[in-house]
Design a protein around this ligand. Structure first.
Ligand SMILES: Cc1cc2nc3c(=O)[nH]c(=O)nc-3n(C[C@H](O)[C@H](O)[C@H](O)COP(=O)(O)O)c2cc1C
Length: 368
């Protein structure tokens, strides 16, 4: 019996299984709004076999987008576009729908991944970036240090975006507190040199993340709310698994429904060791210390790896990103290999296993 393909409760939400499509920025939005690419990409992933599909990092303000192709959720137009995507996903597939909300901070104003995230030049539509402290990310221009008014506006923007996401019909909201973006920049001593109540001690550096959580929680009653958090900056003097545990405990005490435990991205100086399932022990440490629902992520590629993580009690959910980009029906294959029955729409059932002998030809483990 597979554990991966059993339901799991995330606060008020029951997911049909523990497999999650991780949030993946597509750099293909039209002035912040979803367009044809998002509809095709996310509509397809609604039938990936995963119980939850996360919609990519979406900025709570227009200026917080990392690239000109990033999504935002700051006005009626972007809200209507999101609502259209969510409705499409529900019409065609069985996955629950989550959205990740996050501001780029000092990592904003760049080109997309296929141009190496290079900082935008003034002639390329560069825009002002903000951060806890005026420290540049690599060769990017220095960000402006956020004032108390900027901090207030950020919290309010998160609340407004959460309310828009609820109206657009999502099942779950995730706050992006990781990967070197704005909230992580507040959390990490590498990027936060503030002398006010938002800098200095670990408690002060967590403050904004908790205030954004509270504002989001209040704006999304009845909806699952979680956070993606950092377990290592991979830099001497940076965040460690103990910081992730402390943040997760504080979030759990405030009604956070889950955390996704990830790492890296705060500064080009990081010395990161990447290998199969390299972040799973971080998730296990947070789960053991808090008892809250935890999602593991990071270079998980086979059904057996995903199954082992949840069956072994290291995490409650497993998120995969690149495996689903490479193979959007990855969840069907995983279910077949683990002896479970995936959610296959009627239109595709002639290609289900074992009705279609082709599965056994593609993967000898599935031959009759
Ligand atoms: C194309 C792409 C876009 C991504 N965009 C996001 C994002 O919007 N938000 C986020 O938290 N992580 C993002 N990530 C990171 C993934 O969610 C995931 O944590 C990472 O890729 C490791 O998982 P994997 O080894 O299964 O790909 C992105 C990854 C990829 C490959």
């Amino acid at each position: 019996m597979s554990t991966l393909f059993t339901p799991v409760e995330i606060g008020p939400l029951t997911l049909p299984n523990r497999l999650v499509v991780a949030p993946m920025a597509q750099y293909s939005a039209d002035e912040g709004a979803h367009g044809p690419w998002h509809r095709a990409h996310l509509g397809m992933l609604a039938n990936s076999g995963a119980g939850l599909v996360m919609i990519e990092m979406t900025s709570p303000s227009y200026a917080g987008r990392c690239t000109h192709g990033d999504c935002s959720l700051h006005d009626d137009r972007t809200e209507a576009a999101l609502a259209e995507t969510v409705a499409l996903m529900r019409a065609v597939g069985g996955a629950k729908v989550g959205i990740q909300i996050g501001h780029g901070g000092r990592k904003a104003s760049t080109h997309p991944s296929w141009k190496g995230f290079a900082p935008l030049a003034p002639g390329e539509g560069a825009y002002e970036t903000i951060a806890p402290s005026p420290l540049p990310f690599g060769a990017a221009p220095a960000p402006r240090e956020m004032t108390p008014a900027d901090i207030r506006a950020l919290i309010d923007d998160h609340a407004a975006a959460a309310a828009r996401a609820v109206r657009a019909g999502v099942d779950l909201i995730e706050i992006h507190g990781a990967h070197g973006y704005l909230l992580h920049q507040f959390h990490s001593p590498v990027t936060n040199r503030r002398g006010d109540a938002y800098g200095g001690t670990a408690e002060n550096r967590m403050r904004l993340l908790l205030e954004v959580f509270d504002a989001t929680r209040a704006a999304a009653p009845g909806i699952a709310v979680g956070m993606r958090i950092t377990a290592s900056d991979w830099i001497e003097g940076g965040l460690t698994p103990d910081d992730a545990v402390a943040l997760a405990k504080a979030l759990a005490a405030r009604g956070c429904d889950y955390v996704d435990v990830t790492s890296g991205g705060i500064d080009p100086a990081q010395k990161i060791t990447v290998g199969p399932m390299y972040q799973v022990d971080f998730a296990a440490a947070v789960k053991a210390a808090t008892g809250m629902p935890v999602r593991a992520v990071g270079l998980i590629a086979t059904p057996e790896q995903a199954e082992g993580i949840v069956a072994g009690g290291k995490a409650d959910m497993v998120a995969l990103a690149r495996a689903f980009l490479a193979s959007p029906r990855w969840g069907w294959w995983a279910a077949y290999r683990l002896g479970a029955t995936p959610m296959v729409p009627l239109q595709a059932q002639r290609a289900a296993h074992p009705a279609w002998a082709g599965w056994g030809m593609m993967d000898p483990a599935l031959s009759a």
